[in-house]
Design a protein around this ligand. Sequence first.
Ligand SMILES: Cc1cc2nc3c(=O)[nH]c(=O)nc-3n(C[C@H](O)[C@H](O)[C@H](O)COP(=O)(O)OP(=O)(O)OC[C@H]3O[C@@H](n4cnc5c(N)ncnc54)[C@H](O)[C@@H]3O)c2cc1C
Length: 493
Amino acid sequence: LIDSMNDIRLKDNKRIFNHPILKFQRGKLINIFFEGQKLNAYEGETVAAALIANGKKCLHKSLKFSRPRGFFCSIGKCSSCLMRVNSIPNVRTCIEPVKNGMKIEMERGQKIEQLNNQENRTEKIRINTDVIVVGAGPAGLSAAITAAELNLNVLIIDENIQMGGQLIKQSHKFFGTKDTFAGTRGTEVSNLLIDQIKKNEKQINWLTNTSALGYFEGKKHTIAAIQNNQRLLNLKTEKIILATGAQEKILQFPNNDLPGVYGAGAVQTLMNVYGVKPGNDAIIIGAGNVGTIIGYQMIQAGINVRMIIDAAKNIGGYLVHASKLRRLGIPILTSYTIKRAIGNDSVESAVIVKLDKDWLPIEGTEKEVEVDLICIAIGLSPSSELAFQAGCKSSNISELGGQVALHNKDLETTREGFFVSGDVSGIEEASTAMVEGKLAASNAALQLAVSKNRAQHIKKTAFKDLQTLRQNPFSKKIVIGKSRVYDLWEKLK
Ligand SMILES: Cc1cc2nc3c(=O)[nH]c(=O)nc-3n(C[C@H](O)[C@H](O)[C@H](O)COP(=O)(O)OP(=O)(O)OC[C@H]3O[C@@H](n4cnc5c(N)ncnc54)[C@H](O)[C@@H]3O)c2cc1C
C-alpha cells in the first residue's frame, strides 16, 4: 500500500484534489489488480472510476473486431463497462465498488463448461413489505419518506453504491420552490433526503448495490433482485413505486464507441462524485440545460472545455447556464453536429460540421477539434424496463423523452398497485420528481386504506405543487406529454 497522499498526487494527475465547491471524502487507500497490474484505488469508489483514475480508459475489446471500448452511462444501464471481476463474468464495473485485492480482467469469452463449473455463490432471501420503492433518487426517496409518514413499511432498493440518484452529482443550486429545495445544491438535497430516510429507519429499510431484475405477478407483486452480485432476493409487496429514473441517449457517428465518448451523467459521476477527471480537453454535444451545466462543472474540475455544439438553431438550456460559459469565452456553436470521432485506442479528436436549415451537413464546413473527451448531452430516456417486463402498457411520448409506462393522474400504471414517479414517468426535474414521489406514496396508502386523511391531504398538496412547478414555460411540453399519457391510459386500461 502507498500510505502517503503526496505520493499519489504526484503520480496521478487524474484525481481532483482542489475543487471550488466539492470536497471528496475518499475512503481507505487499497490495491486492485487490472490484467495483473497493481493499481491504487480508494474504498467507496467504483471499479470503472478507479481504472479511469489510473489512466485505464479501455475496459474491454469488442468480440468480433477487437475494438477498444470504454464506459458510457456510469449508472449500470449500458453494456460498455462489462468486465470480469474476481472471476465473475460481465460485472457492470461502473456500479461495482472496489475491494482490496480485487482482480479485474477484460472479458475474453469463456467456454460453457468453465462457466458451468463455477462455484454457485448465490444465497436466496425472501422479504415481505407494504411498499417497495425501486430507485433511490429524489422521486424514490420522497416516496419512501412519505410512505413511512403514512405508517407503511417500505423497502427501497437501488443498484448504485449510494442513494441519491442523479442528485449526488449535481453540484449546482437548484431552481424550483422552497418545498423542493430551490437554492440548494443537488448534493445537499440528496443528503437532506437521506437523513430523513435514516430518521425513519424503523419503517424504512434500504438496500444499495441491489438491482431489480424482474417482476412476477401473483397475489402480491414480486420483484426479483440481486444484491452485491451474490444474494438473490425475492421481494413481495402490496404496492410498487417504480422510480428508476432515466438513461442517456446516444448519437450515431463513426467511432462513437471509442473510449473517451462518455454520456453527460458519466462525466458528472466521475468528476463530481469520485473526483476523477474524465479527460483534459472536451467537446460537449448538446447545449440544453445538461450540456451547459456540465460545461461549467467541467471548468470547475479543471477540464479545458473547447466548445459546446448543438444541432438546433438555438441554445435549448436556460440562459443563465449558457451565459456563465459565454462570459468565460467558451464557444457555443448552434446548427453544428459531430461528424466522427478520431482515435486509435481512445478519442484524439472530433470532426464537427455545420448543418443547413434542414439539419443536413454542409460539405466543406468540417473542422477537426483536438479533444480527448466527447461528452454526449443530447437528452435522456426513461428507464422503464421493469414496467415493460411487468406488462404495463406503454407508448412512445416524445415530449416525455421516449417510451413511458402509461399512467393516470395518480401515477398508477395499467397494472393495479404499480406506480411510477420521477423521470421514469417522463423526463423532467428533481423538483417534480420529489412531488411525484409523494403523490405515488399517498395513492399507495389510499389504496391500502392506511392514514386516509393525511394521505388525502398529501395528495391534494402534491397536485397543487405539480401545477405550480409546471407553470414554467419550459414545462409546456411536459404538460402536453402528460395529458397524452393520461388519455392513452383511459383508452387502453
Ligand atoms: C446535468 C443535470 C443537471 C440537472 N439539474 C437539475 C436542476 O437544476 N434542477 C432539477 O430539479 N433537476 C435537475 N436535473 C434533473 C434531475 O437530476 C432528475 O430529473 C432527477 O434526478 C430525477 O429523479 P428520479 O428519482 O426520477 O431519478 P434518478 O435521480 O435518476 O434516480 C433513479 C435511481 O434509480 C436507480 N435504479 C435504476 N434502475 C434500477 C434497478 N433496476 N434496480 C435498482 N435501482 C435502479 C438508479 O441507480 C438511481 O439511483 C438535472 C439532471 C442532470 C443530468
